[in-house]
Write a protein that binds this ligand. Structure first.
Ligand SMILES: [Zn+2]
Length: 102
C-alpha cells in the first residue's frame, strides 16, 4: 500500500523544515549587526576588529546623555593584538579604538 498525497506532503514539509535552521540564521545575523571597536594596524594600515560591542554596552550607551559607548578595559601598558593581515603584533591603547557600527 502506497502513501497518500497528504502523507507525502507532510514528509516533504518535514524534510524542508529540518534543513532550515532558523536559529542559526538569526545567530549569524545578530553577529554581523554587532557594532565593533576597530583598530588600525600601524604596519599595514589594515583595519581589524578589536572587540565586539555587546548589546549590554549598547543599552548603557542609549541611557547615557552623551550616548557614550564605554570602551573595553585595556591594561595600562596596552593590549597586544596580532594583525590578521600582516601578522605583526601591535600594542592597542584605548585611544586607538575606533567605533564602527555595522
Ligand atoms: Zn598589519
Amino acid at each position: 500500500m502506497g502513501i497518500t498525497y497528504l502523507e507525502r506532503l507532510v514528509l516533504i514539509c518535514g524534510e524542508a523544515f529540518d534543513s532550515f535552521d532558523a536559529g542559526a540564521l538569526i545567530r549569524t545575523e545578530s553577529k554581523t549587526l554587532m557594532p565593533r571597536w576597530m583598530v588600525t594596524c600601524p604596519q599595514c594600515n589594515q583595519k581589524f576588529a578589536h572587540t565586539e560591542i555587546s548589546a549590554e554596552v549598547m543599552k548603557q550607551a542609549s541611557r547615557d546623555p552623551f550616548r557614550i559607548v564605554s570602551k573595553p578595559v585595556i591594561p595600562h601598558a596596552g593590549d597586544k593584538r596580532t594583525c590578521p593581515n600582516c601578522k605583526n603584533e601591535s600594542v592597542v591603547h584605548p585611544f586607538n579604538l575606533l567605533y564602527e557600527s555595522t
